[in-house]
Design a protein. Structure first.
Length: 369
């Protein structure tokens, strides 16, 4: 992977996590491309862009690295948020999560990932782990069967499209939810792989004609906007976390693809201006920690607002985990403060982790002498 493309991917990761946070604050950074219509697909796409062919012949190494990079920090955060949830319950009387049990600590993360409300965005991490492992095995089988990339594309597309009506055909049990999520996300992982290997260096998909075509398509897709019923959230949204696509069929796939294209387009435009901005680089490097901690930071900001205005902290318990104080006036302040605080928390945690690893390596080297 070249340096420019690597830098662009890092900026894309920063944009993707900003889309997640802005989505949880219920506003769109990209106008007609609302975040709940593509932002999670964008993260799966990025994972596909970063997938290396060498893992097709080294499954054990792939498992080892995904466990280390995804699951180990996940369960440290799970432990942390269990403690935070208990403390908040003691202070406010509200327990933000499921009951404490072995199942909810170790099994629920792989089913719906909502065992603790403050860390619920991390459902994506365990799902990403399951998706990538599945992708590795499916792709190995396809590669051994045929080298035709268009057949691969057709099969992964079929999996993604077939996932959408499953919420109507089958009862959404915990296992079926994982099946739906995995089928849908496999498609976006392969699209990322396909883009990196077959499109990026061979076709220019960011011309004025492409821009016009995508904007026209997105404008047409807005005919399917369902904001007249509040439970649908921002227009064109679908809720992959719960396998809910309502009565849509192909629209979730199309809005995901247009949103991914729009994100790539924005990165292409901004790259010359932000490639050396350290804060953006840092943000792209710590998206895991931002994903993990942004709801907690928002919760703390809300508590501060409540204190300033003399409102009992128990008032926070009367609303869902995404509720913020006076959103008409504070939404963008929440966004800016949350992005800054969580980015630097992530930077600090990465430095601590590096120091700990270095110390362990030095200790190990001494013991081997």
């Amino acid at each position: 992977m070249g340096k420019i493309f690597s830098d662009e991917i890092n900026i894309l990761k920063a944009l993707a996590i900003m889309l997640v946070v802005s989505g949880h604050l219920e506003f769109s950074l990209l106008g007609i491309f609302p975040p709940y219509s593509f932002q999670i697909a964008l993260f799966f796409f990025i994972s596909g862009c970063l997938f290396k062919d060498k893992y097709l012949d080294n499954v054990a190494l792939f498992f080892e690295r995904r466990i280390k990079s995804l699951l180990v920090p996940y369960f440290w955060y799970n432990l942390f948020y269990m403690c935070v949830t208990i403390v908040i319950a003691k202070l406010t009387g509200k327990f933000w999560g499921m009951s404490l049990s072995f199942k909810n600590f170790f099994v629920t993360p792989f089913l719906n990932g909502h065992q603790f409300d403050l860390s619920c965005p991390l459902w994506f991490v365990t799902q990403l782990f399951m998706t990538l492992i599945t992708f590795l095995f499916v792709f190995r089988i396809l590669k051994k069967t045929t080298q035709n990339k268009y057949i691969h594309l057709a099969i992964f597309t079929l999996l993604g499209v077939l996932a959408i009506p499953f919420d109507k055909i089958f009862s959404i049990t915990p296992v079926m939810l994982v099946v739906i999520r995995t089928m849908m996300s496999l498609f976006f992982v392969y699209i990322g792989y396909f883009y990196t290997h077959y499109i990026k260096d061979n076709y220019d998909i960011f011309t004025p004609k492409w821009f016009g075509g995508v904007v026209i398509l997105q404008s047409i897709l807005w005919l399917f906007n369902r904001d007249f019923t509040p439970e649908h959230g921002i227009g064109l949204s679908y809720v992959l976390v719960w396998g809910r696509f309502d009565n849509q069929l192909i629209v979730p796939v199309l809005t995901s693809l247009t949103g991914i294209w729009a994100s790539l387009f924005v990165v292409k435009i901004l790259y010359p201006y932000v490639k050396n901005v350290k804060f953006i680089q840092d943000m792209g490097n710590v998206t895991y920690h931002i994903m993990a901690n942004h709801l907690l930071v928002m919760y703390i900001i809300t508590v501060i607002f409540l204190k300033i205005h003399g409102i009992p902290i128990t008032e926070r318990a009367n609303h869902n985990i995404y509720w913020i104080y006076n959103p008409v006036q504070t939404t963008y302040l929440y966004f800016v403060v949350t992005m800054i605080v969580t980015t630097y928390i992530g930077v600090g945690l990465k430095k601590l982790h590096s120091l700990f690893e270095n110390k362990c390596n030095i200790t190990l080297e001494k013991s081997e002498k």
